[in-house]
Design a protein around this ligand. Structure first.
Ligand SMILES: [Zn+2]
Length: 408
């Protein structure tokens, strides 16, 4: 048998992996990708891992030990991994087997193809029909018949009749290359398991009860680390700040974690790869480092659900007052709180507050200070001036300034 791995085009959507790395890591990172592609070429594989990069905004950081501030430079790197053709079979998904099932990482339109797939036991290989304790499994689809099979890594060759070079399989896991860069993880190689609920508690604490939550999208536009990245860093970082956060997380009430998990159960459906994977990981007792980011995104799900509950019903299609007007004594409920560091002043906080007046008006305030309010909290706008009126995403928003807000 010869090594005849044909490859089709590289994927640019689902399999594109984007990460933010320190700029000094770029040379070493490029070297690794180049080496991986050279190894593949020597093995007769024409597909390559694609890599593009672009500058990412600087951040101001504070050294945990000394309190000294410094600028960090970042690069945004995007990798694309190839779709592997093994004879008449296409590798459409890899399964990351966890205690509650198998997380899916699909390639191309793999998720659509697997939508109605009667999933076998995650540990089963359908070639040798053996259940074995595995971390990964592969899902292949026959190009001619559409047949789908779940195959263990050691049986892929026998099943497809194609000698699979390990290099080619490693190319599928191009994101593993990032793990070391993200973490400089001392546990790398032996991935520790963390209690799932402890990780959620840590995410809740690190994001200031969700008010400072940093999504991937926000991280990309601001150059800050995602909350998931912050949590991973906290777990390996033995600094006074991380010790305080970890001990605070231990005191998060169980009911808070229950509420986050309940929102996944009731608001997340499994008709997307993300939804499927999130529901699975939220049912697990333990998570590994590589799945922390997925789990931590539960905080965003919870915030969205809380916000909808607080708003209770559709908003009025009108503003509460006109530009320049003063408003006084408006009772409202908080429907959104986002705290962000002000640009280039890491010690200054801007709070983006969204309120719903009891009669149904949407009121927004960008406060240049930290406000200790939470979603669902009732309050009274004792005084404010209307700075602007706007229609955003179909909603009438009254933007206020110089506001005085008292909790009710
Ligand atoms: Zn097998």
């Amino acid at each position: 048998m010869t090594t005849t791995i044909d490859t089709t085009d590289t994927i640019t959507d689902a399999a594109a992996i984007t990460h933010i790395i320190p700029d000094y890591s770029l040379t070493e990172f490029t070297r690794r990708v180049t080496n991986a592609n050279a190894r593949a070429a020597r093995a007769g594989i024409t597909a390559t891992i694609g890599m593009t990069h672009q500058p990412h905004p600087d951040t101001i950081e504070t050294d945990h030990h000394t309190g000294v501030r410094y600028v960090r430079h970042w690069i945004e790197v995007t990798l694309t991994t190839p779709v592997l053709q093994l004879g008449s079979w296409t590798l459409i998904a890899e399964l990351d087997i966890i205690e509650t099932g198998a997380l899916m990482r699909t390639h191309g339109n793999g998720f659509e193809l697997l939508r109605n797939w009667p999933r076998p036991d995650p540990q089963l290989c359908q070639h040798c029909n053996t259940r074995r304790n595995r971390n990964r499994n592969y899902v292949l689809r026959n190009n001619d018949t559409g047949e789908i099979a779940q195959i263990g890594s050691t049986c892929v060759e026998a099943f497809t009749g194609i000698t699979v070079n390990p290099t080619a399989m490693r190319m599928l896991h191009a994101d593993d290359m990032f793990d070391e860069f993200d973490d400089q993880d001392p546990h790398a190689g032996g991935q520790p398991d963390y209690p799932m609920r402890d990780i959620l508690a840590l995410a809740w604490t690190a994001s200031d009860s969700g008010r400072a939550y940093v999504s991937r999208a926000l991280a990309d536009s601001t150059g800050r680390h995602t909350t998931g990245e912050q949590v991973r860093q906290l777990l390996i970082d033995d600094s006074p700040v991380s010790r305080v956060l970890i001990s605070t997380a231990h005191r998060i009430p169980a009911a808070t974690i229950d509420a986050i998990l309940a929102d996944i159960e009731t608001t997340v459906t499994d008709d997307s790869e993300y939804g499927y994977n999130l529901r699975l990981i939220a049912a697990a007792e333990f998570v590994t480092t590589r799945n922390i980011a997925l789990l931590v995104s539960a905080v965003a799900v919870h915030l969205r659900a809380e916000s909808q509950r607080a708003a209770s019903g559709p908003a009025l299609h009108e503003w509460i007052a006109e530009k320049g007007d003063k408003i006084t004594d408006v009772d409202a409920v908080v429907t959104g709180v986002r705290k962000r560091p002000s640009n280039f002043r890491s010690d200054a906080i801007t709070t983006y507050l969204t309120l719903r007046s009891v009669d149904g008006h949407i009121i927004v305030w960008k406060a240049s200070k930290e406000l200790d309010l939470a979603i669902g909290q009732s309050c009274r706008i004792t005084a404010a001036t209307v700075k602007e009126t706007a229609i955003e995403r179909g909603e009438h928003r009254t933007i206020i300034t110089r506001a005085k807000i008292a909790p009710n």
